[in-house]
Write a protein that binds this ligand. Sequence first.
Ligand code: PSU
Ligand code: MN
Length: 303
Amino acid sequence: MNKYLDIAPEVKKALDEGKPVVALESTIISHGMPYPRNVETALMVEQMVRDNGAVPATIAIIGGRLKAGLSHEEIEYLGKTGRGVTKASRRDLPALIARGADGATTVTTTMIIAHMAGIKIFATGGIGGVHRGAETTMDISADLQELAQTPVMVVCAGAKSILDLGLTLEYLETHGVPVIGYGTEELPAFYTRKSGFGVDYRVDSEAELAAMFRAQRELEYKGGMLVTNPIPEEYAMDKAVIDAAIEEALRQCAEAGVKGKESTPFLLAKVVELTGGNSLESNIKLVLNNAALAARTACELAK
Ligand code: PSU
Ligand code: MN
């Protein structure tokens, strides 16, 4: 086991016994939602994983230790400290470890730590991707590169159209990352079920998701797989409302000159502000939906 890694006893026991485990990220807690809804959501998501037969392992860096499985106190701390916790991507782990610091893990670092721990599947809300205007800024989330090199199945609700979804799919294609639609032929756009872009494969059962992941492992590919799960119809947002909020958030981001790792958290917070909290409710529902699908798929994988 990696010397910097701590696996919580319950998670360790499940992994040793070949039982299903689902990893969960912590940037969504510290940087993706306001306190205290972030903490409430993180705990509900863990419960949803349990209700669907798997053990949750929320991942973060605490005091320079890579943690797979957090206590409720640790989740409360990450949520309350919010943006005061470093948003930790791949490049940040060496410094955080060396300094004994804390970090909230993005999709990238959650995949890295999940894989170190032996966890195969991870549920979140949305992934990072190719930003609009990336042809000049080169702002492409490290999440895409991680999907290309770390063998973890990531279950999400697609990506927000704060990103260029077409370029995001092109990037994933180049790097050989399969993009699967659960019960859909179309890439979901997080708050809405459709984006106008097709996925590579539509899959309608957890058993088939597990079979594809197993085949990918047996091919000895180094990368992972992206499963996109549309938000349940009843919680989806009106496309015109969310599109207007995203355009306005992008405008304010450019006007404020926000760049680099700050841009995604800035855009996420602005969208919530501009939609009067409606988008936060949708966000919570879709994360719960993804946690349930990931847990059911983890059960299939454990068979
Ligand atoms: N997109 C969301 N919600 C999130 C994130 C992205 O809809 O919480 C977070 C995830 O942790 C993701 C990270 O891995 O932002 C991507 O940040 P960046 O674009 O800076 O790579
Ligand atoms: Mn970026």
